[in-house]
Design a protein around this ligand. Sequence first.
Ligand SMILES: Cc1cc2nc3c(=O)[nH]c(=O)nc-3n(C[C@H](O)[C@H](O)[C@H](O)COP(=O)(O)OP(=O)(O)OC[C@H]3O[C@@H](n4cnc5c(N)ncnc54)[C@H](O)[C@@H]3O)c2cc1C
Length: 393
Amino acid sequence: MSDDRKADVVIIGGGLMGAASAFFLRRRGRSVILLERGLVGQQASGVNFGNVRRQGRYLPQLPLAHRSRAIWGQLNELIGEDAEFLATGHVRGVYDEAQAAVVEQYASDARGWGLDLEIVGGSDFRRRFPFFGPDVICGSYSPNDGHANPRLAAPAFGRAAARAGAQVIENCEVLSVDKDGGDFRVQAADGRTFRAPCALICAGAWGDKLSAAFGEPVPMTPHGPTMGVTEPVPYGIVPVVGVSTKVPHEVVYFRQVKRGNIVFGGGRRGPAYPDIKRAYVLPENTLLQLRELRRLAPALGKLQVLRTWSGIEGYMRDELPVMGPSGRVSGLYYAFGFCGHGFQLGPGVGDVMAELIATGATSTPIEPFHIRRFAVQPVSSWAPASPAAQATA
Ligand SMILES: Cc1cc2nc3c(=O)[nH]c(=O)nc-3n(C[C@H](O)[C@H](O)[C@H](O)COP(=O)(O)OP(=O)(O)OC[C@H]3O[C@@H](n4cnc5c(N)ncnc54)[C@H](O)[C@@H]3O)c2cc1C
């Protein structure tokens, strides 16, 4: 089957990044083809924890996180669906004085980046957050963060993009992308081809294969964060709750949805295999999580776990995403490898990538995420791979 559809921009990958980019590109008047191997939002974007959290982020990422948070608050007006976003606040418990000092320093630094955090201690802490266990000595509270339903967000952006005129094509696996004259030529597994002068790679944990085919390999490793959900109990815990700690296995977090269930995550990640599109929960990781959850909020220890799951996420060596223009190929852009914290950023990433592609610049700084930080060879020594050697992602 040959198709050879053409647009201003072709996006590979229909997770939250690809779907939001398609929507915002349409708002800027660009014609868009969005190609998704499965269904929009089926991978990491649809199975994540749902944290819309800014506190704890790498400080230079906060401008992007603020831009995204503003969009989360306007989803209904913007795309006609709210994805169950709730600005519930987000609190991180602290177990010892040394970490309390770290949290205070972060709060002081974050203020300069436009994020106001409240350090809450003493009796006020117990009164406001009575669910914390006795080991928790204080907390860092971010009043305007919250959570949303990951099952809804990316599909909602995909539908909004389609309503705005984007061609959203599901069940379309991209085998290769190469530059042919002025256009990118995208070859799909079913024989269809697509052309555009701009290509945006939003392929999540599969993005490295596509960037490598353009001579830009990146150190990305797939992992599967460990998730679970309990039986429902009366709604009572409003904020998203986490831990600030340097001890990896102490990192757990949870949120209660209005229906009453507690969704939880954190701790050790399980194995993830992008080639077979599977990520596994190791039972021992769930048991460790439950132990830490009981320490953080003892009442949760009484609840039955209904279900556990995971998803495939790409983690870069430096824990920062790849976002921005290619360092080698004009018209090529990347937004992938969001290292377990891309759900909050998704709407902002879409807005920023659309701005970058449409205007050549972005008002939100994204320089720290440029792919050139991993450059291994000078630009002049790179030649495009032959079609046979192109990535099959
Ligand atoms: C279990 C889990 C919990 C998480 N919790 C949180 C959280 O609470 N808060 C937070 O901010 N972040 C969280 N994250 C991270 C967040 O989910 C991701 O960073 C974000 O969803 C990445 O979006 P994406 O669009 O880049 O990737 P994805 O959602 O993985 O989308 C990429 C898409 O590209 C498609 N694709 C790949 N290759 C091809 C190809 N060759 N042809 C066609 N299509 C292709 C895939 O099918 C996929 O749909 C979590 C992640 C996981 C896995």
